[in-house]
Design a protein around this ligand. Structure first.
Ligand SMILES: [Zn+2]
Ligand SMILES: [Zn+2]
Length: 234
């Protein structure tokens, strides 16, 4: 039997040999799901004074983004931190990093939400293709939407559907993304969006998918659509 002091020194040494999966330095206090506290600090909120529609920082006046809403925001900067945390987490989560997914949803449960989320009537999420949902066994945007709905005391309604064949936006070129056909996204059979709908997604890049979703909701009868994503890529 080793003396207790030696045992605890050995345990410390073993702990310090665990390397952070983001920055490869030994993880210490505040680490979660294999990422050190410094890496988790990469979950940065967006700059003050950003545009209330497109969540980007641009000069006053005409918003350069084509949007179908007056209020759109994101919780964190996709490229915040070194290494950029959003760009590390989201692809990892889609490949099955359950620990990262739980840790991120845990942070979503505590993150301040825009004040205007209190005014929405229902929450929905950008749909993933049935094939992706089946292969991954989860749908991050819907999980985020459900959590936000719970926090603000509204119902989460899966109002939108994506076709079997429409591919993932992330694997496409910028031009392909912008061309996403209006038919790629439609209302779920029997869905009838009403009142102010909060549309949730994991990451807002070009905004084409969000735009198509918002249009489908508005054409289906929504009075207004507001957008909230976990990350904004700028
Ligand atoms: Zn790290
Ligand atoms: Zn703008």
């Amino acid at each position: 039997m080793l003396p207790t002091v030696l045992q605890s020194r050995l345990a410390q040494a073993r702990g310090s040999l665990l390397l952070c999966r983001g920055c490869l330095v030994p993880v210490g206090r505040g680490a979660e799901a294999g990422l050190c506290a410094h890496c988790w600090d990469g979950l940065r909120i967006l700059p003050e004074g950003r545009c209330p529609r497109c969540a980007l920082a641009h000069a006053d006046g005409d918003c350069p983004e084509v949007v179908a809403w007056d209020l759109g925001d994101a919780l964190w900067d996709y490229h915040g931190g070194r290494p950029p945390l959003g760009a590390l987490l989201l692809p990892g989560i889609k490949q099955g990093e359950t620990g990262w997914r739980k840790a991120l949803l845990g942070r979503l449960a505590r993150a301040p939400l825009p004040a205007w989320t209190a005014e929405v009537d229902h929450v929905t999420a950008v749909p993933s293709t049935p094939l992706h949902r089946f292969l991954r066994g989860f749908d991050l945007s819907a999980e985020a939407g459900r959590l936000i709905a719970e926090r603000i005391g509204r119902s989460f309604d899966p109002l939108l559907a994506k076709g079997w064949l429409s591919g993932r936006q992330a694997s496409r070129t910028e031009t392909q993304r912008r061309r996403l056909s209006r038919k790629a996204i439609r209302l779920q059979p029997g869905a009838s969006p009403q009142g102010i709908i909060l549309l949730v997604d994991d990451v807002w890049t070009t905004g084409t998918t969000l735009l198509r979703c918002a249009q489908a909701l508005q054409e289906g009868g929504a009075e207004e659509v507001r957008v909230l994503t976990l990350f904004r890529a700028m």
